[in-house]
Design a protein around this ligand. Structure first.
Ligand SMILES: Nc1nc2c(ncn2[C@@H]2O[C@H](COP(=O)(O)OP(=O)(O)OP(=O)(O)O)[C@@H](O)[C@H]2O)c(=O)[nH]1
Ligand SMILES: [Mg+2]
Length: 243
């Protein structure tokens, strides 16, 4: 029996148990989630998606620092697609964010995309709600836009960052249309590499072709590895939390 009180206190063990419970699904999990929803706490979920290796985890690590500097507690959910592309994703994600693991204002959890009885998006949504109940002010949800299940997860997010890198022009064509359509922000990461301007031009022309009835997505250039360009992007997330 997981104590709701312990979750609210932010007890990491209780949070871990609760997450395992909803990952397994079933009746107990549904009862538990009803209690969680009864708390009526809301925190925005920011999806961070993009092809394998574009720097999502490195960027997430930088954003955690930015958000912590603004006094916000940050939950991170990294979906491991268990696909042939990213065999070491879970390990990679953990390593890139390891400096935050001793910070009580940060809770990082990886989830395998396989084996959720109620579906991956449902489980991811539940985990975001648990972290919210535990006092997190914002949830960063890292997911690779590989399989349909991983693409669907992004619909849990209130704001979606689509991460692209120079030289990945072809990705824009092949990237899942569904993700492109819900992008709130395009992050052009690895801007320290050649081709960032060409990529930006390509993204701009794509946006112009898009649906003009909805607000045009913003574009930010970052180098997550060097830690540049993070401020204005982070500010957008802070704005969303304080809204
Ligand atoms: N040059 C450069 N390299 C970067 C930048 N950001 C990340 N990288 C490197 O790109 C590689 C992949 O970074 P990750 O953060 O693990 O990328 P990811 O998108 O989370 O990868 P998966 O979770 O496996 O899909 C690492 O070697 C990073 O050091 C950047 O801004 N510039
Ligand atoms: Mg990653």
């Amino acid at each position: 029996m997981i104590l709701l009180r312990e979750i609210i206190r932010g007890n990491p063990r209780a949070i871990g148990q609760a997450i395992s419970l909803v990952e397994d699904g079933g009746a107990e999990s549904r009862r538990f989630m009803k209690d969680i929803r009864g708390l009526r706490r809301k925190a925005p979920v920011v999806g961070i998606t993009g092809a394998p290796g574009v720097g999502k985890s490195t960027l997430t690590d930088r954003l955690i620092s930015h958000l912590r500097e603004h006094g916000l507690k940050v939950g991170v959910v990294a979906i491991d697609p268990t696909s042939p592309f990213t065999g070491g994703a879970v390990l990679g994600d953990r390593i890139r964010m390891i400096r935050h693991s001793s910070d009580p204002g940060v809770y990082i959890r990886s989830m395998a995309s396989r084996g959720h009885r109620g579906g991956l998006s449902k489980a991811a949504a539940d985990v975001c709600e648990i972290l919210t109940a535990a006092g997190m002010d914002v949830i960063l949800l890292e997911t690779v836009g590989v399989g349909q299940a991983e693409v669907d997860v992004i619909h849990v997010a209130d704001l979606v960052l689509v991460v692209l890198t120079p030289g990945s022009g072809d990705d824009i064509q092949t990237f899942k249309a569904g993700i492109m359509e819900i992008a709130g922000i395009f992050v052009l990461n690895k801007a320290d590499l050649a081709g960032a301007s060409a990529l930006e031009a390509q993204v701009r022309s794509m946006i112009e072709l898009g649906d003009s009835r909805r607000p045009a997505p913003l574009i930010f250039r970052t180098s997550a590895a060097e830690g540049t360009g993070i401020e204005p992007l982070g500010a957008e997330i802070v704005k969303l939390v304080r809204r």
